[in-house]
Ligand binder design. Structure first.
Ligand SMILES: [Fe+2]
Length: 400
């Protein structure tokens, strides 16, 4: 076992015991202990890995698939300490059914905090409401953040470096603070640990029908949407959306869902649109390898405002952030005789410019928005077309 974490665990235990193991007090106790002797300064990661591989005396490991992977480095009946490796950035927005604190031991992350306003329970495992971003910050190596259980602490962490390593000092479970909702912005909260196996199997059966080109697919999905409750209807709609769109049957399916669920359906369309939008930058990130470009895509994916993006760029890269973003945009552009693209934003056809001049005009348009729409480089109509082209793309936040 690693001596540092055994010491950390004993310190936290002794301190928490004096507070009668209060769940409310635990986040602060855990955070203070991590800040006093931060793992980022006191743990040799290579030695820890070596010790974990070669020493058989280890705490009981969980079967959790959280982390890539999760190592449990200290355990106690009341709480435990995990070291989490992250190879891929994830952007799940979630709350916790446990409390404690996390510490960035290696790498850095974009951390966002949210509030879920006007929540309405549809079932014990499904809620609708309005998810609002409260703040976004860049957490560098050494940062420590308390975790409070329940809906008062909704957050997302996007790990920027590979691997990123975090240390979490956490309770096993805080009774009464579940479910551990995952949020689908802007309106839906689902319980990721609730297993509706009939719906899972039905979706898998629909996938079989899709892969085999079964002509009954759209008819059967429509009948399901006409009869299913809101929660299960949503999951079927979400899962079938892509294929129904390809078949030209999406509008009909959506109308059926809307007829069935009335006002509740208003929460669904923007949420599905957001899921589709996220596929854009997520897909691009899987094909982009340059570290700066991956950082840029991570910002586009996680930070919805131009001003916040420019602030975070300036924190990580010296110089004028507008120039940095313009350089990335140029490096990520694709110019051919038929079309001009900056990432997945295509030069709008409504703006009449010969192909060979499009790139220059498109970059000028991007700069215009990055600088807050100052100057009169374009007519109102042209600015509108450029704004719409960027808003449809992964660069959406830059015209916010
Ligand atoms: Fe979390």
């Amino acid at each position: 076992m690693d001596h540092y974490f055994v010491e950390l665990g004993r310190t936290v235990f002794a301190r928490w015991k004096t507070e009668n193991f209060s769940f409310e007090r635990f986040p602060q106790i855990a955070a203070q202990a991590l800040e006093k002797r931060p793992p980022s300064k006191h743990v040799d990661l290579a030695a820890l890995m070596r010790q974990f591989l070669l020493d058989d005396e280890q705490p009981l490991q969980s079967g959790s698939d959280f982390g890539q992977p999760e190592l449990i480095v200290y355990e106690n009946p009341r709480f435990y300490i995990q070291v989490l490796f992250w190879l891929e950035g994830t952007m799940d927005i979630h709350q916790h059914e446990f409390s404690g604190a996390f510490h960035v031991m290696a790498g850095s992350s974009i951390h966002s905090e949210f509030a879920f306003k006007n929540p309405q329970s549809v079932s014990a495992h499904f809620r609708v409401g309005d998810l609002r971003l409260q703040k976004t910050e860049l957490l560098e190596t050494g940062a420590t953040v308390p975790i409070h259980s329940g809906a008062g602490h909704i957050h997302s962490l996007f790990h920027l470096d590979t691997p990123s390593v975090s240390v979490v000092v956490r309770t096993h479970n805080d009774p009464g603070t579940g479910p551990q909702f995952t949020y689908l912005p802007p309106h839906i909260a689902v319980d990721p640990f609730f297993s509706d196996t009939l719906t899972v199997r039905r979706k898998e059966l629909l996938d079989v029908m899709e892969k085999t080109g079964d002509p009954a697919y759209p008819v059967l999905v429509l009948k399901m949407l006409e009869s299913l409750d809101f929660e299960r209807g949503f999951f079927v709609l979400q899962s079938a959306m892509g294929y129904l769109t390809n078949l030209g049957k999406w509008e009909k399916a959506w109308k059926a869902f809307q007829r069935k669920h009335g006002a509740l359906a208003d929460y669904v369309k923007p949420t599905l649109d957001e899921i589709v939008w996220r596929d854009g930058p997520v897909g691009l990130r899987s094909s982009v390898t340059d570290g700066e470009h991956r950082f840029f895509l991570a910002l586009l994916l996680n930070v919805p405002s131009r001003k916040d993006i420019l602030d975070l760029v300036a924190r990580r890269y010296p110089g004028n952030p507008v120039e940095t973003v313009m350089r990335w945009a140029e490096e990520l552009s694709e110019i051919s005789e038929v079309a001009t693209w900056i990432l997945d934003a295509e030069f709008p056809l409504e703006v009449r410019v010969p192909a060979e001049g499009q790139a220059e005009v498109f970059f000028a348009a991007l700069r215009f928005f990055l600088e807050g729409g100052k100057g009169a480089a374009f007519s109102r109509a042209e600015a509108g077309y450029f704004r719409a082209a960027f808003a449809r793309s992964s660069l959406r936040a830059l015209v916010s």
